[in-house]
Design a protein around this ligand. Structure first.
Ligand SMILES: [Zn+2]
Ligand SMILES: [Zn+2]
Length: 213
C-alpha cells in the first residue's frame, strides 16, 4: 500500500514540475520572441504580456478569475483533447496540463495582497511559487525565473543557463533572433520610477511582502 501511495505522490510531483516547466517555456517564448504587432497573438498574448512587465500589478487592478485564466484553460484543454484523440489521453498528461492551466492564477497570487483562504493555504504548503522568487523575474535583467507555478524548477534551469542555451541553439539552428519586447519594456520602467519618485505603477515586491506579513 505504501508503495502505491508513494508512486501516486511521485507521479503528482513529476506532473507538477512538468507543468511548471510548461508555464516557464510559454512565458520565456512570450518574453523572448513575442511582438505586439503580430497578427492575432499580438493583441491577444504579446500586448498583455508586455503590459504586465511595464506594470506588474495591473493584473491585480483589472480582470477577474475567468479573464486571467480562460486562455490557458482553452489551450490546455485543446492540447489534451488532441492527445486524447490520437490515443495519448494518459492521466499524467491530463494532470500536467490541468496544473499548467493554473500557472497564471498562481502568478496572480504573487502580485495581489488580497488572498482568500484557499490560495493562502496552498501557499503555506510551499507547493507553489513564492512571491520572493517571482519578484526576481521583475528585476534586471528581466530574463530569469520564467516558471510561475512552483519554486523548484526555476533554480535548476537558471543554474544550467537553460533559457540562454535554448536561445543560442534556436539562433544558430533556425536564425531565430530574440526580440525581448517585454524585457525592454520592463527595463524602461526603472528610470521612470527613479525620476518620478514612488508611483502606483511600480512593482515593489518588498513592500508587498511586508504588507502580507
Ligand atoms: Zn516575463
Ligand atoms: Zn509577474
Amino acid at each position: 500500500m505504501f508503495v502505491t501511495i508513494g508512486s501516486y505522490v511521485g507521479i503528482f510531483f513529476l506532473c507538477l514540475w512538468a507543468a511548471d516547466f510548461l508555464t516557464g517555456f510559454v512565458h520565456w517564448a512570450e518574453d523572448t520572441y513575442c511582438k505586439s504587432g503580430y497578427p492575432l497573438i499580438g493583441s491577444l498574448i504579446c500586448e498583455p504580456n508586455k503590459l504586465h512587465h511595464e506594470d506588474p500589478n495591473l493584473m491585480v487592478r483589472t480582470g477577474n478569475f475567468l479573464s486571467r485564466n480562460c486562455i490557458q484553460w482553452l489551450v490546455c484543454g485543446a492540447v489534451y483533447g488532441f492527445l486524447w484523440l490520437i490515443g495519448f489521453g494518459y492521466f499524467p498528461l491530463f494532470l500536467t496540463l490541468l496544473l499548467a492551466s493554473f500557472g497564471n492564477e498562481v502568478h496572480y497570487w504573487n502580485h495581489t495582497t488580497k488572498l482568500g483562504w484557499f490560495p493562502t493555504f496552498i501557499k503555506m504548503t510551499g507547493l507553489v511559487q513564492s512571491q520572493r522568487q517571482h519578484s526576481l523575474h521583475h528585476k534586471p535583467p528581466y530574463m530569469k525565473y520564467y516558471c510561475t507555478l512552483t519554486s523548484f524548477v526555476n533554480p535548476v534551469l537558471e543554474l544550467v543557463r537553460f533559457w540562454r542555451a535554448l536561445e543560442w541553439l534556436l539562433q544558430q539552428g533556425m536564425g531565430l533572433v530574440p526580440v525581448r519586447e517585454a524585457s525592454s519594456q520592463a527595463a524602461k520602467r526603472k528610470p521612470k520610477s527613479t525620476n518620478r519618485g514612488k508611483s502606483k505603477r511600480n512593482f515593489d515586491p518588498g513592500k508587498l511582502i511586508a504588507q502580507r506579513q
